[in-house]
Design a protein around this ligand. Structure first.
Ligand code: SAM
Ligand code: SF4
Ligand code: SF4
Length: 340
């Protein structure tokens, strides 16, 4: 049974966060000194995630992305990958990682059947990396990307959040780096979600501006003609190199949005900007059967009318979305808890 929300959007795409912990502190995601972590006992086991994914799959979900926090911090992650990779109902399985622990884990992830991987990398300069993330681990990410390049993944992508005055002078170097390691680069507009408490519209480099700058350097860019629910618009350079731009801030794509998010402790969010989620851990641990979970998820999705990024765009006052005090008392509002 496939369900649709109030705007006719299917429940096709699930992002599964496996931990809220992270080994970086990117200043657009985790800028504070201290964080309140989810209680360990609340974190879903792989068997619980597996059961929930089956319920989602029965309702039309055919794409799953494993995320976090930093997913590679979760012990034995390849075991979860193997469980999910074995599901015939999923036609797409991917993982988003900051890449720090990737080099060591690539073989086990591949062996477990992970077909696709996305590595977040915002700069090619190690000093900048440290200033952005608070850790001197740039070399490890590059090693991770090298390992991924030679591991036979169906696709390796690099996600780069572009921030004015921070890394917006690296559009061309990032594309050239992606070409070298055989990874498609996707530039992400800086968003005012969760932990981005220092966000300002002035720091956003729009899709339009990125395309203009790249066209000025390369002599043109052309849109790839494809109609998918994927958030990245893809473009080609005159020499054929393909790249993407995720314009969530200036040209949001809420009307096609088929994504929902499951936190590591089993709260399910229908929108990245939603303030409340649906507790799935409670019913699961109270013994709810498959049918009851299906009914709960289907009924909740049918009520969905979220268009968070579009509403933010229309807001007259676009100051910080969620003040830091609110984040501290409600860690579920954080990007690193929602999985980005
Ligand atoms: N830790 C992993 C990583 O960084 O790839 C996975 C989780 S992270 C929350 C997922 C994605 O969210 C990353 O690509 C990150 O760059 C992106 N992200 C976090 N905060 C963001 C923001 N304020 N604007 C745009 N993207 C953001
Ligand atoms: Fe950076 Fe990802 Fe960690 Fe957020 S969760 S601080 S984006 S590495
Ligand atoms: Fe989907 Fe919400 Fe993001 Fe819009 S803001 S694209 S509805 S998750």
């Amino acid at each position: 049974m496939e369900v649709q929300d109030r705007l006719g959007r299917p429940l096709a795409n699930l992002r599964v966060s496996v931990t809220d912990r992270c080994n970086l502190r990117c200043n657009y995601c985790m800028p504070e000194a201290e964080y309140v972590w989810l209680p360990r006992n609340d974190i879903l086991t792989f068997e619980e995630i597996d059961r929930l994914v089956d319920v989602f799959a029965a309702l039309g979900t055919d794409k799953v992305r494993i995320t976090g926090g930093e997913p590679l911090l979760r012990t034995d992650l390849p075991d979860l990958v193997a469980l999910l990779a074995g599901k015939a109902a999923l036609r797409d399985l991917a993982l988003t990682t900051n890449g720090i622990l990737l080099a060591e884990q690539v073989p086990a992830l591949r062996q477990a059947g992970l077909p696709r991987i996305t590595v977040s990398l915002d700069t090619l300069e190690s000093d900048r990396f440290e200033a952005l993330t608070r850790f001197d681990r740039h070399r490890d990410v590059l090693r991770g990307l090298d390992a991924a390049a030679g591991a036979g993944f169906e696709s390796v992508k690099i996600d780069t959040v572009v921030i004015r005055g921070v890394n917006d002078d690296e559009l061309v170097p990032m594309l050239e780096y992606g070409r070298r390691v055989n990874a498609e680069v996707r530039f992400i507009e800086y968003m005012d979600v969760g932990g981005a408490t220092r966000w300002s519209m002035d720091d956003v480099v729009s899709r339009r501006e990125m395309l203009d700058r790249l066209a000025a350097h390369y002599g043109g860019t052309e849109a790839v003609d494809e109609s998918t629910a994927a958030p990245a618009d893809r473009f080609t350079l005159p020499d054929g190199l393909v790249f993407g731009i995720i314009s969530s801030t200036t040209e949001p794509f809420c009307r096609q949005c088929d994504r929902s998010r499951l936190t590591a402790d089993g709260l399910w969010y229908r929108c990245l900007y939603a303030r409340t989620g649906t507790d799935l851990r409670g019913p699961l641990r109270a013994g709810a059967g498959r049918e009851a979970l299906e009914d709960l998820i289907a009924a909740t999705w049918r009520q969905r009318d979220d268009r968070g990024a579009e509403e933010r765009l229309a807001a007259a006052d676009r100051s910080t979305f969620i003040p830091v005090e609110a984040l501290q008392s409600q860690p579920h509002l954080e990007m690193h808890t929602r999985g980005g």
